[in-house]
Structure formats: C-alpha cells, structure tokens
Design a protein around this ligand. Structure first.
Ligand code: GDP
Ligand code: MG
Length: 162
C-alpha cells in the first residue's frame, strides 16, 4: 500500500496553464477550468494577473525570432490572464491534448481550442509543451509558496488504491 502511494506520488507532474486575455474577456474562465477539473487533474495554484510586455517576452522567449512575436507579447500583456498550475499523472502531455492544436482551424472538436476558438492569434489558452518548459514556466509565473500541496478528496477515486 505504501509502495503504491509512493509510486503514485512519483508519477505526479505539474504543468503551467494560462487563460489568455481573449479567453478571460470572452467569459471562458469557468469553462476552461472545468475541463481540467472534470478530467481529474488537481488545481494547485491560480491567480489573475496583467503581465507586463517584458514579462510576456520572457514567457515566449523561445519564439523571439518569429514574425508574430511582438504582436503575441503585446496581446498577452494587453489584459488579465489567469495563470494556473495543474497537477496529475501525465498532465503535461494530456493538458496539451485537452487544449488542442495551436491553430484552432486544426484543433479537433472536443478540444478547448477546437470548441472555443477560431484563429491562431486568438487561441485563448497556453499550456507548457514538456517537462522542462513546465518547470521554467511555473517558476517564472509563481513563487514556490503560491503552490499549494494538498490531498484532493477525489484523488482516491481518480487513481484508485489497488
Ligand atoms: P502553443 O504551444 O500551441 O501555444 O503554440 P506555440 O508555442 O508554437 O506558439 C505560441 C503562441 O503563439 C500560440 O498559442 C499562438 O497564440 C501564437 N502563434 C503561433 N503561431 C502563430 C502564427 O503563425 N501566427 C500568429 N499570429 N500567432 C501564432
Ligand atoms: Mg508553446
């Protein structure tokens, strides 16, 4: 039993998810949070912030050579963003599945972007694309004491214990 719990804990990972200004302004906060929550992932940090342009440039530093970089950073810093950390087994990769392809025209129906967005420049949500970026993005957006460690009541039903 203890070994199983330890194995379960070892598989837990965390990812950074943000609802961009378009998702916030369109009233999609609850809809998006709900999709992660219903899946069985656990919310461990959340806040509403208006990032500065410089902060947005840090967040998207990998894309600085792309032609849309400046517009993207202007947009991310144009209004409130919901910054979150979600925890769960496989949450980094599966979070990206819930979100759907970068271009909403190519996102499958049933995904967040597929159901709720139309163009790539207004695709409403960000999700870390791997374990390294997840770590970096969580550290950029949150102080360690903003992450809450707790046992969710649902956990034993989501994961089972045997
Ligand atoms: P993501 O990880 O799926 O969000 O996609 P990327 O990391 O490749 O790009 C980051 C963000 O830049 C995307 O979510 C889009 O908002 C934006 N973006 C990506 N490609 C394009 C593009 O070709 N044109 C424009 N206008 N924006 C783009
Ligand atoms: Mg990305």
């Amino acid at each position: 039993m203890l070994q199983e719990q330890e194995a379960h804990a070892a598989e837990m990972e965390r990812t950074f998810i943000a609802i961009k200004p378009d998702g916030v302004q369109r009233g999609l906060i609850a809809e998006i949070v709900s999709r992660f929550e219903r899946k069985g992932f656990k919310l461990v940090a959340i806040k509403i912030v208006v990032p500065s342009k410089g902060f947005a440039e840090k967040h998207y530093h990998d894309l600085k050579e792309r032609p849309f970089f400046n517009g993207l950073c202007d947009f991310l810093s144009s209004g409130p963003v919901i910054a979150m950390v979600w925890e769960g087994e496989g949450v980094i990769k599966y979070g990206r599945k819930l979100i759907g392809a970068t271009d909403p025209q190519k996102s499958e129906p049933g995904t967040i972007r597929g159901d709720l967005a139309v163009v790539v420049g207004r695709n409403i949500i960000h999700g870390s694309d791997g374990p390294e970026t997840a770590k970096d993005e969580i550290n950029l957006w949150f102080k360690p004491d903003e992450l809450v460690t707790y046992t969710s009541n649902a956990e034993k039903w989501v994961y089972g214990d045997n």
